[in-house]
Write a protein that binds this ligand. Structure first.
Ligand SMILES: Cc1ncc(COP(=O)(O)O)c(C=O)c1O
Length: 339
């Protein structure tokens, strides 16, 4: 037997090591219902190790965008969080309004007007068995961070477009798991990694019968040569908030402007949307992210350039979230900041 090589750390040593390891300036504020307040020192933004979120993935999460001091589309994201929590059988007593208030409080203490917002509703701490019965109480955590574009590629992928690849070796989630925005995202991560290995970016999942499903953390949309915007139904994939907004904008503005003829949400065989059949393809998520796909499995999509539908939708989404805020007023929840 060798003697222990790692020391027992005192409280002050723990704090000083936490501070030296966690200087991340982009983490602006974290709310923890477990601690009952907001933390602004990134070193102290911690989650209990025995929260079943950590060791069982028994937690659900969602996001939204802090723009100009408003929480953009928080309501629709919280609706999805509550649905996810119900499907994951996480028992809690928070109402939609309670959850919104905890997010507002976090944003307010972050003291920034622009940011990315992520939050988790978890089975809570209590031990390491699979049973949530040992958990003392459900927990809610929220963090406000500096916004960073997905993909972290040097040029802006929303402007230049991305190559995509069909993922062949990573299995799809079963429908129950795919429709819950849960912390079981290992297959999503492997989807992304396999896509990169194949020369793609986020990956395109196609089911066993050949139908297009979704991407690792994004929904998939096609524009056919006839000008129909097509996306798959939400059975067996995540109920995307961005793609729903895109369908609304497409049905109204883009049809009116003659950029599209109609919108169709129905099963799509991957074989139907190859080659000449489509003029555009894009992935979308996170309220304002739309990634035009300029090649799919090494074949150019349309003319291999970012198309006019993608450009117009990016403009509309950004205008709505960051510009004149033209959307529904209920989509903007104002944050009151301390003096
Ligand atoms: C698996 C999956 N599909 C699609 C999406 C897109 O959803 P949203 O537009 O609500 O961000 C996400 C993002 O959260 C996702 O994780």
């Amino acid at each position: 037997m060798t003697s222990p090589t790692h020391p027992i750390l005192s409280e002050s040593e723990v704090i000083s090591r936490l501070k030296s390891r966690r200087g991340q300036p982009g983490y602006l504020a974290m709310f923890s219902s477990w601690l009952g307040g907001v933390i602004t020192d990134p070193a102290l933004m911690q989650i209990p190790l025995d929260d079943h979120l950590v060791h069982r993935g028994h937690g659900v999460f969602d996001t939204c965008t802090l723009s100009g001091g408003n929480l953009y589309r928080l309501g629709i994201h919280i609706d999805r969080l509550l649905t996810s929590a119900a499907l994951a059988r996480i028992e809690h007593s928070w109402t939609k309004e309670d959850l919104i208030q905890m997010v507002i409080d976090t944003a307010s203490q972050a003291r920034v007007k622009e940011g990315a917002v992520r939050y988790w509703l978890t089975a809570g701490p209590g031990g390491f068995s699979p049973s949530p019965q040992e958990c003392e109480e459900a927990c809610f955590y929220c963090v406000i961070i500096d916004p960073v574009p997905l993909g972290s590629i040097q040029s802006d992928p929303m402007v230049s477009g991305i190559p995509e690849a069909t993922v062949l070796d990573t299995p799809m989630k079963p429908p129950l798991l795919a429709t819950i925005k849960s912390n079981n995202y290992l297959l999503n991560v492997l989807t992304h990694m396999e896509a990169v290995d194949r020369g793609g970016t986020f990956g395109v999942l196609v089911d066993e019968e050949g139908y297009v499903a979704e991407s690792c953390v994004l929904n998939v949309v096609f524009v056919t040569k006839e000008g129909v915007l097509r996306t798959p139904p939400f059975d067996g994939i995540l109920l995307g908030t961005t793609v729903r907004r895109i369908m609304n904008l497409a049905e109204t503005t883009l049809v009116e402007e003659d950029l599209l003829s109609s919108v169709d949400q129905s099963p799509i065989l991957a074989s139907e949307v190859r080659g000449d059949a489509i003029s555009e393809m894009f992935l979308c998520g996170g309220d304002t992210h739309l990634y035009p796909v300029t090649s799919w499995d090494q074949v150019p999509v349309g003319d291999g350039q970012v198309g006019s539908v993608a450009k117009r939708l990016i403009g509309l989404l950004e205008e709505e979230a960051f510009g004149t805020k033209t959307g529904e007023s209920s989509d903007f929840i104002k944050v009151n900041y301390p003096d």
